[in-house]
Each structure stands twice: as structure tokens, then as C-alpha cells.
Write a protein that binds this ligand. Structure first.
Ligand SMILES: *Cc1c(COP(=O)(O)O)cnc(C)c1O
Length: 202
């Protein structure tokens, strides 16, 4: 409660538009649980964060891997790769493991080009390592009420709390409500909550 309140006021996002996970890794698995099954696909770059591929496989979805351009996400090809059965398109920015970023303006354009029936996941696990002026500001898109955008962040990287397991997602009320349905009620341990609260003040 306290952590959600604090994060909500810092981000200027309603508390019911935030979900915490046992690491953002857990949220990626929730996404696959909700949206993937045989015959449904997830689109991502060929060298993007491996957990997306593992979670897709776990729920027997199809993984569509798109070649990169100089180890950078090729946003146009990613859009072209979306098929009628695509449920999720995932962009990791900055990307892990290639360490590359996409142009913030192009990313915003991309988000608006993803079809409304496809969930666009922007994983910002390494957001804090980017110079502030290069960081995309996607929160206004969430505030505008967009239903098919989920931003993932974590306390594991910039805040150095990986061992405590705490990450979060920001999205529409409807999307967060759906994700909460597959979440165990007590998925977040107390120490992680206390540490994350302190980290937000740092
Ligand atoms: C580390 C990482 C995560 C998962 O982090 P958690 O420790 O589970 O919060 C998710 N996505 C990317 C791109 C990462 O690098």
C-alpha cells in the first residue's frame, strides 16, 4: 500500500494503474499466462531479453524473432512481423543484452502504430542507466488512457536490489486489473517493499 502510494505520486499515475511483481520477471510470466497459448504469438527482436522467449515457450506460444539492425531494435521490421495471431510485442529499451537504445521519438511513434488488439510491452529495466535527456517519457501515453501499453520497470538494476525481487508494471486500469487476476495475493515480500520505499527516496 505505502509503496504503491509513493510510486503513484512520484509517477503521477493512479495506484490502480501499477502492479508489483516478484521482480519484473514475474510480470513477464503473468503476461504470457494471460495472453499466450498454442496458436498465439509474441514478437520481439532476436537478441532481446531471454525471459520473453522462455515465458512464451512455457505457455506454448509462437515466438516471432525479428533480426536487429546493428544490434538495435528494427522497429519497422517488428511492426511488419506482427501477425493476426500476435498478442504481444515486446521492446526492451535499453536492450539487454546488446546495450542499445532506440530513438525516443521513434519509440513513441512505434507505440501508436502497434495495432490496438496487440499489447505493446516496453521493458525499461535499464532506464536509469540512460542519461535523463535520452530517456523516453512514455508516462503521458499511459495517462492519455491507452489500453494496449505496458511499461515494465525494476528495482534490480539502477537501484541494485536484484536479490530482493521487486519490479513493477504501469498500464491502463483494465490491463492492470487483468494482470492482478493471475498474481498471488502475497507475491511481494516485506523486505523488498521496505527497501524499494527507501530507494524511491534516495
Ligand atoms: C533484469 C531484467 C528484467 C528482470 O528483472 P527483475 O530482477 O525480475 O525485476 C526484466 N527485463 C530486463 C530487460 C532485464 O534486464
Amino acid at each position: 500500500f505505502y509503496l504503491k502510494e509513493k510510486l503513484s505520486s512520484q509517477l503521477e499515475i493512479s495506484p490502480d494503474q501499477i502492479i508489483f511483481g516478484n521482480g519484473s520477471n514475474e510480470l513477464i510470466v503473468f503476461l504470457a499466462h494471460l495472453y499466450l497459448e498454442p496458436g498465439k504469438s509474441l514478437v520481439m527482436s532476436e537478441h532481446a531479453f531471454a525471459v520473453y522467449a522462455l515465458a512464451t515457450r512455457l505457455y506454448q506460444g509462437d515466438l516471432i524473432k525479428v533480426p536487429m539492425n546493428a544490434l538495435t531494435h528494427d522497429l519497422e521490421s517488428i511492426l511488419d512481423a506482427i501477425r493476426p495471431n500476435t498478442q504481444i510485442v515486446a521492446i526492451v529499451n535499453p536492450n539487454n543484452p546488446t546495450g542499445t537504445t532506440v530513438d525516443p521519438t521513434k519509440l513513441v511513434e512505434f507505440i501508436h502504430q502497434v495495432p490496438d488488439n496487440v499489447l505493446c510491452v516496453i521493458d525499461e529495466a535499464y532506464l536509469e542507466v540512460m542519461p535523463i535527456e535520452q530517456q523516453p517519457n512514455l508516462l503521458p501515453i499511459i495517462r492519455s488512457g491507452k489500453d494496449n501499453l505496458l511499461i515494465l520497470r525494476t528495482f534490480s538494476k539502477g537501484y541494485g536490489l536484484a536479490g530482493l525481487r521487486i519490479g513493477y508494471g504501469i498500464g491502463s486500469k483494465k490491463l492492470i486489473d487483468q494482470l492482478n487476476r493471475v498474481r498471488q495475493p502475497f507475491n511481494l515480500n516485506k523486505m523488498a517493499q521496505v527497501a524499494a520505499l527507501a530507494a524511491l527516496d534516495a
